[in-house]
Design a protein. Structure first.
Length: 449
């Protein structure tokens, strides 16, 4: 088992602020996260949605340890686990910066608290850990009672922290240095993204859902940037009418009835021959096991219902989604217009429903009857929208632009050659999304009625 703890940046910062508060006698504070889970035999996700501070009077005065909590505090965690079904993650911090380490006392007391929570709710995972802004170090108790290392933390926010895991051995360091030397020269012109940016790009896993006009641009740009782990989802084969915009597609591909996923993978490997590419030609619903481990997902699909379903999946797994789309409007007796949008759907923040891009009316009608009445498409708007989507992802992963957070929706108008923030982003600046509560994330839960 190789678990990943996922926490939104605002929730993590609030927890660290509480853990750093001085206590009347304890040397350090402790607290609990409640988390939902997405279970996978290899990589379960611990999706934290709420932090619970421990009151001052629930600490026990014991100067032999940094901090000790009373049975009352542990019973409260057990009650939350029993009543809500949520897992409990017991945490403290040794400082905000750097990768945390654990002490012998942590190894002794952590499993005991976790076992108490498991006694109250055996159907959930439970965990303990030392946490910082960059990582976590602790253990997860599986349902069978075994304890597994918890060493991976994903922080969802601007910027993100991705759960990169490296083999720290002398041989691995030498091999990586040997392979990395040419790469440093290759990417020197994007070194302004930050000292560790290329490592982040290399270790991030990204998914693209839809590999037509927009998605093929996305794949090409990710390959140029140096991403080494991609999931490509599209069940369709290329058609002759795709050749006016599908990057990498050829006349021979049309003759061969090649899958769009395989075309994108071929282009990708021509730039990144060592990349790990999942290019099975399936719809994304058939490849959720790979997508659930993505750090960022790009949506380049047609239809409102399809967007709703993909956004719901991403929200359930605390994955940022960057959606792109365009449409040619042909009003009677007027010149045509190309409209498009790029939307960053961040878990816990404004969603496509909030932005009124998805509405009951368009979901009911889903007027994008693409196969029955193909919409006009051209190559350059797809390139503009895809480039902006890549910009969102690079900002999220590297934080190269500092604390500046762009608006969550950009609107494109081709006749004016403009890309501008949607007026809805201003109206919803302090809005809290109610469509996808983080507390409802994770795998579906079934209750007896």
């Amino acid at each position: 088992m190789n678990p990943i703890a996922k926490i939104s940046r605002p929730l993590l910062l609030a927890a660290l602020a509480d853990l750093e508060r001085p206590h009347p006698f304890a040397g350090e504070r402790l607290g609990f996260f409640s988390f939902r889970q997405s279970l996978d035999a290899a990589e379960p996700l611990l999706i934290c949605f709420e932090y619970h501070s421990i009151p001052d009077d629930q600490y026990v005065e014991d100067h032999s340890v940094g901090g000790r909590i009373s049975g009352e505090a542990i019973q409260a965690a057990m009650g939350r686990a029993y009543n809500t079904g949520a897992g409990q993650l017991w945490v403290h911090t040794h400082g905000r910066d750097g990768m945390p380490g654990i002490s012998p006392t942590d190894l002794e007391s952590g499993p005991k608290v976790v076992q108490s929570c498991a006694n109250a709710q055996p159907n959930a995972l439970h965990a303990w850990g030392v946490i910082s802004e960059q990582g976590i170090c602790g253990q997860v108790r599986s349902r069978d009672g075994a304890f597994h290392p918890l060493l991976r933390l994903a922080v969802i926010g601007w910027p993100m922290v991705i759960p990169a895991q490296r083999e720290i051995t002398y041989r691995a360091i030498r091999a990586r240095a040997k392979d990395h030397a040419p790469a440093v020269e290759r990417y020197v012109r994007q070194s302004f993204l930050g000292a560790g940016a290329q490592d982040i790009i290399e270790f991030a896993r990204v998914g693209i859902v839809g590999l037509g006009g927009g998605g093929s641009h996305l794949a090409q740009q990710l390959a140029h940037l140096g991403f080494q782990d991609v999931v490509l989802c599209d069940p369709q084969q290329i058609a002759d009418t795709n050749l006016n915009r599908l990057v990498g597609g050829t006349v021979q591909d049309v003759r061969d009835k090649a899958f769009k996923a395989h075309i994108a993978a071929r282009l990708y490997r021509s730039l990144q021959p060592k990349a790990k590419i999942d290019d099975r030609p399936h719809g994304w619903e058939a490849n959720v096991s790979a997508l659930r481990r993505c750090d960022v997902i790009f949506g380049a699909i047609d239809g409102f219902a399809a967007r709703r379903d993909l956004e719901s999946f991403c929200r359930n797994h605390l994955i940022p989604l960057v959606d792109i789309g365009m449409k040619v409007l042909r009003p009677e007796n007027e010149a045509p217009e190309i409209r498009g949008q790029v939307i960053l759907s961040m878990p816990g923040e404004t969603c496509m429903h909030c932005l009124q891009f998805l509405t009951p009316a368009n979901l009911a009608e889903d007027v994008q009857a693409y196969d029955k009445d193909p919409q006009p498409q051209v190559v350059w708007p797809n390139g503009i929208l895809a480039s902006s989507a890549i910009g969102y992802a690079i900002g999220l992963l590297t934080g190269w632009s500092g604390s500046s957070v762009p608006p969550c929706r950009l609107d494109y108008r081709a006749s004016q050659m403009t890309m501008s923030p949607s007026h809805m982003t201003v109206a919803l600046k302090r809005h809290t999304c109610t469509h996808y509560p983080v507390s409802q994330s994770g795998d579906p839960r079934y209750q007896k009625l």
